[in-house]
Design a protein around this ligand. Structure first.
Ligand code: NAD
Ligand code: DAU
Length: 357
């Protein structure tokens, strides 16, 4: 049995689906079902007794303690978080509550649980914390990619809250001997990605005939990794990662935002041509994100050398699959674009100059 937090979100649900498809043991999935959590992502597991879903908060120590005692997992995989940078700029409070205090509560429950395990169970137990490359801050154009030795320099409330959670995880290993593993991954994309993030937002806006908003000059660089590759990397780290270590995960796919959006428009022009012209015509440059990190790049050499993991997808193959998935799952898109989503779009984009729809 493994214990997953945030398994109804984008990466968590992909992980649970892939884990069970790969013959992994049963999963207890604790998720608060915030706006980003969606049980529709897990519909294919409705009849699968290997998946036990619990709606609840990682900060609810009584609940977590009870779940750990009842199910006796051999690992905790911690995905749950507030994950959107723009939302953290509008309202950092929830990010501190879940990413910092929630992770702290979960670590406390894990520490108490670990203390009661037998010696053999302790030897196999792992706490795997899923984190981000954003904790390392922003790179200049000629800087070497982030390694596990790069100093932390988070620049927005989201990345600061994730950095704080990484530090707590590190401290629980160092101080209490909790067998932790931390992964710092670059930008994921793929199925079930909530359309507040760049790639799914652009696909869904393009198809709806809306503006494709590009912050600033569109030259910010991100490293993109197909979500299935991230899930495979997490499985490798869980299996053979060394307790106390951190592993960077990335796709060796640095792209400017403008390149990403052009690629999406070109694929859509082929797969779902609009009535008039190219989807590129819908691109609109809008006011930049405050404190917008210029460039992220990941050196994923350690996980390749030590654990033999490298991405299976190139950006070209992964993005093609992703666009096709959104075209084939318009019902999923309609469901998530609920009242809360519309309110967010209004809040985030209404005051950005240059808006055009
Ligand atoms: P997401 O926002 O899609 O999903 C987060 C999930 O956590 C949701 O299902 C939500 O309901 C749940 N959740 C939130 N607060 C909770 C709480 N207090 N208790 C229980 N559940 C709660 O996020 P994601 O993109 O899937 O990211 C998952 C993890 O991976 C996060 O920790 C994120 O920091 C990290 N990460 C994301 C990316 C990326 O590109 N998306 C890259 C690197 C790392
Ligand atoms: O690097 C890993 C991180 O990647 C994760 O830790 C975060 O959880 C995840 O959300 C993602 O953060 P980003 O801020 O990089 O992702 P986002 O999709 O929000 O934005 C990607 C880039 O696109 C970024 O430079 C901002 C830009 N952007 C985004 C939106 C939503 C736009 O130009 N227009 C937009 O409308």
């Amino acid at each position: 049995m493994i214990f997953v937090t945030g398994g109804a979100g984008f990466i968590g649900s992909n992980f649970v689906l892939d884990w069970l498809a790969n013959g992994g043991e049963p999963v207890v999935n604790l998720d608060k079902l915030t706006y980003a959590g969606n049980l529709n992502n897990l519909l294919s597991l409705r009849q699968d007794t290997r998946h036990i879903f619990i709606k609840g908060d990682i900060g609810d120590t009584t609940l977590v303690t009870k779940l750990l005692a009842t199910h006796g997992p051999r690992a905790i995989l911690h995905f749950a978080a507030e994950s959107h940078v723009d939302r953290s700029i509008h309202g950092p409070g929830e990010f501190i509550k879940t990413n910092v205090n929630g992770t702290f509560s979960l670590l406390e429950a894990a520490r108490a649980y670990y203390a009661e395990l037998s010696e053999t169970e302790r030897a196999g137990f792992r706490f795997l914390h899923v984190s981000t490359d954003e904790v390392y801050g922003s790179l200049g154009p000629a800087d070497a990619p982030f390694t596990e030795q790069t100093a932390y320099a988070p620049n927005n409330p989201y990345s600061a809250s994730k950095a704080a959670s990484d530090h707590l995880v590190r401290a629980y290993h160092h101080t209490y001997g909790l067998p932790t593993l931390t992964t710092n991954c670059s930008n994921n994309y793929g199925p079930y990605h909530f359309p507040e993030k760049l790639i799914p937002l652009v696909i869904t806006n393009a198809l709806a005939g809306k503006a494709l908003p590009i912050y600033g000059d569109g030259k910010n660089v991100r490293d993109w990794l197909y979500v299935g590759d991230h899930c495979a990397a997490i499985r490798r780290v869980l299996q053979d990662g060394r307790p106390g270590e951190t592993y960077n995960i990335g796709g060796w796919n640095e792209k400017t935002n403008l390149d990403v959006v052009h690629t999406l428009c070109d694929i859509l022009d082929k797969l779902a041509p609009g009535k008039a012209g190219s989807y590129r015509d819908q691109i609109t440059f809008v006011t930049d994100r405050p404190g917008h990190d210029r460039r992220y790049a990941i050196d994923a050499g350690k996980i390749e050398r030590e654990l033999g993991w490298k991405p299976a997808e190139t950006f070209e193959t992964g993005i093609q699959k992703t666009v096709q998935w959104y075209l084939d799952h318009q019902d999923w898109v309609c469901d998530v674009q609920s009242g809360e989503y519309l309110k967010w779009v209004e809040k985030n984009y209404a005051q950005r100059e240059g808006r055009g729809e």
